[in-house]
Design a protein around this ligand. Sequence first.
Ligand code: ZN
Length: 348
Amino acid sequence: MSRTNSQLAELLARAAEQQEAGTNKAKALRRAAHQALAWPVSVASMVEAGQPLTDLPGVGPYVAGILLAGLESAAEIPDSPPERRGFSSLAEARELLREPGVAAPPVDADFQMHSTDSDGAMPLAEVIGLCRQRGLRCIAITDHSKGLRIANGMDETRLRAQGEEIARINAELRESGSEMVVLRSVEMNLSPEGEGDMEWDALCELDLVLGAFHSKLRLRDDQTDRYLAAIRNPVVDVLAHPRARMFDTRVGLQADWRRVFGEAARLDKAVEIDCHGNRQDLDVELLGLVREEGARVSIGSDAHVAVEHENLDLGIASAVRAGIPTERIINCMSPDEVRAWARAHRQG
Ligand SMILES: [Zn+2]
């Protein structure tokens, strides 16, 4: 009996629900369920190789026992509830990308990540150094904007100062013979009406602008209007983590997605694959609609800590599974092409 890590995540979440809420066991199981989606190798292959499961982040002896029992059990796993539906795992993504005959798009750019300038754990220079080590060709620094105070969002002054530091680092990269380019960007907070929170001039200095909703994310009625407004906003190039869902926590917003992606295609904008294990937003199902409507796609790890940079493969695998053509993925453009594409939105 072999189970995927995403199936095991579901089993862990179910086991957590069977425990009394708030107990240590319930918390450990729930935490492990969240982390399972980002474990880099499959639990089944670790067991086969005789590797202890306690090597995995979030796994102590108790959770390891639950995982082993889950692997050995032949019981069918019931359908996931909506807040856990449509999630894959990093291990499955890597297995897919390794399969012979799978033509993955050559993505060596990451267009969402955070530094200590907002709510990331690593200073800007370290984030860039890590991405260089990982062999990326282009990255966008997308710290939060001022409206998101809880995430230490940046105002225009701090955004400009960050831009100067990025320019310095880009010059150093060139001098050292590196081909990596760092794009100036921001994850701009959008109001539920689809309006941004930063001055036009400051945004026009950037190479790329992500727009994202962070409020009123639990509304159950149709939200198509806010998405159309966001996409029509001339400073927004990429609609980031569109549904704003969160594994096991929040099901995300509802909209007439075909209309939203159709409008993105008409205005030549991109919708994002946020690769964070607990977001995977958009997921494969909605990416199928994106492909049909012809909108562009941007892939971003949404990393806040070092290990989360690995999650990029999750999004690449989603793009493969949804059949997104390479030429629709903005990560496959050159940095200059990305800049020109974004600039065109401001001139419309
Ligand atoms: Zn966000």
